[in-house]
Design a protein around this ligand. Sequence first.
Ligand code: PHE
Length: 370
Amino acid sequence: MTEITSLKDGLIADIARADTLDAVEALRVGALGKSGVVTALLKTLGAMTPEERQTKGPAIHDLRESVTAAIAARKAALETAALDARLAAERIDMTLPADPQPQGSIHPVSQVMDELAEIFADLGFSVATGPEIEDDWRNFTALNIPETHPARAMHDTFYFGENDRAVGGDGNPAAMLLRTHTSPVQIRTMMAAPPPIRIIAPGRVYRSDSDATHTPMFHQIEGLVIDRGIHLGHLKWTLETFLKAFFERDDIVLRLRPSYFPFTEPSVEVDVGYSVENGQRVIGGSGDAENGGWMEVLGSGMVHPAVIRNCGLDPDEWQGFAFGTGVDRLAMLKYGMNDLRAFFDGDLRWLRHYGFSALDVPTLSGGVGA
Ligand code: PHE
């Protein structure tokens, strides 16, 4: 009898000490399995005399029940501990978004405008804006494009009706229109505050025109510098610095061609050299190279004295340069898109393909591109 009691005490102590589910299972097999010690004792009951069975039977059954209960209790305790540990380790932060996939993207036009603002901010330019509904004095007349000037016809202007006339920038009644370029922001800036002036003006412009490279609405960026002693060298350096930063290449070669804009004199059209890499035109390299050519990217020139005078400034004291270019076109050249119309279709597949991460903010140090 004492044998059974000490066997029971020993087994229960072993079970209490078992610190893994495997250890408990090994003890169960050793005690209650087919050839376990307790099973062996149970088997001896059959061969006993009825008297013997009466005295030893209850102790053996008690042994089996106690060991079975101890094993079940130990197993449950270990399972609870394991679950607690798992719950602590697999903690979920319910405040995190359910789907961490970034949604939406920055449109290439916005991206390029941000890149331009970053590049020009570094050169000391601030960003100016003007309204898209403009009067014809600021859009044309003040820019040295009088009513009879053929350039007015060239702009394919969207005019508002006769009844929508308002007061123009010179105080006289003026026809209203959708601005055909960002150049009226030059007028607004010169009339708003005295020089020195260093601004860029990005924004929407409108012309009645539509094909693969023209849409009725598109984006331009204007640049204007007004100060004392400004000359063509300042213009060339500024554009070269800007184009190198924008295309992120040092081998940007500029070609300045004499041109004509009513509001600049002299007027200069700017080409950049491109080379052909894998059948694709890539900005950079000398345009005279065997495998390349020139691409027009900018209109510019020295601000016409008449324009400076129209804004109430003395052209003998103040000089400056201006430039203008298409933002969409710059985006197409830099990021290799070929159909302008896709910019404004709102096709999600196009936006996912050409869009930029909202977290990828253009900086000069980190790279203005993507
Ligand atoms: N406004 C001109 C255009 O729309 C571009 C330009 C701006 C040219 C400033 C010279 C100076 O084509």
